[in-house]
Design a protein around this ligand. Structure first.
Ligand code: ZN
Length: 162
């Protein structure tokens, strides 16, 4: 079963709802909006760390068509691609299919902050990268993303003509 994401539910996982900032204990918590668990400073720090980690991913587009695109996903620690993304625009919504390969530790925490109750995996962080680098340039709007885990390190290629 693929993991599904869509534009309506981009919420972050949270564990419990302690009083005060989850990281430093400060009383004034203001972030993220609607699910306040962090003070402004700690939140900025967390976002900065996520941005650095996200920059380790690189999405390389190798097919560009009128209403579809295909990308390979790379990570700075690996020579070979670690996933691929297909984007299809049906004229209304954007449909994304992401296949992630087993040559990368997708379920590992992408970073560690002391005492942070809200960890994020590399797979979750890649969804953010896709939202910024693929979905936004398409104009945003409604989108649907399915994530499949491949058991083969890379896809097999079949070419032909009938
Ligand atoms: Zn704090």
């Amino acid at each position: 079963m693929p993991v599904k994401y869509n534009s309506g539910v981009m919420s972050r996982k949270s564990i419990g709802n302690k009083k005060g900032c989850a990281l430093c204990g400060a009383k004034e918590i203001s972030e993220p909006r609607g699910e306040e668990r962090y003070c402004r400073d700690c939140w900025d720090k967390k976002i900065a760390v996520e941005e650095i980690v996200a920059r380790e991913f690189a999405l390389k587009r190798y097919i560009r068509a009128h209403s579809a695109e295909k990308y390979l996903v790379y990570h700075s620690t690996q020579k070979r691609p670690i996933g691929q993304i297909i984007v299809v625009d049906d004229g209304y919504d954007l449909f994304l299919t992401m296949t992630i390969y087993p040559n990368f530790a997708w379920d590992d925490p992408a970073y560690h902050l002391e005492g942070d109750p809200e960890g994020r995996t590399f797979a979750e962080l890649l969804v953010d990268v896709v939202a910024t680098e693929v979905i936004e340039p398409w104009g945003g709007g409604k989108w649907h993303l399915e994530v499949f885990r491949s058991t083969a390190a890379e896809p097999e290629d079949w070419n032909g003509e009938m």
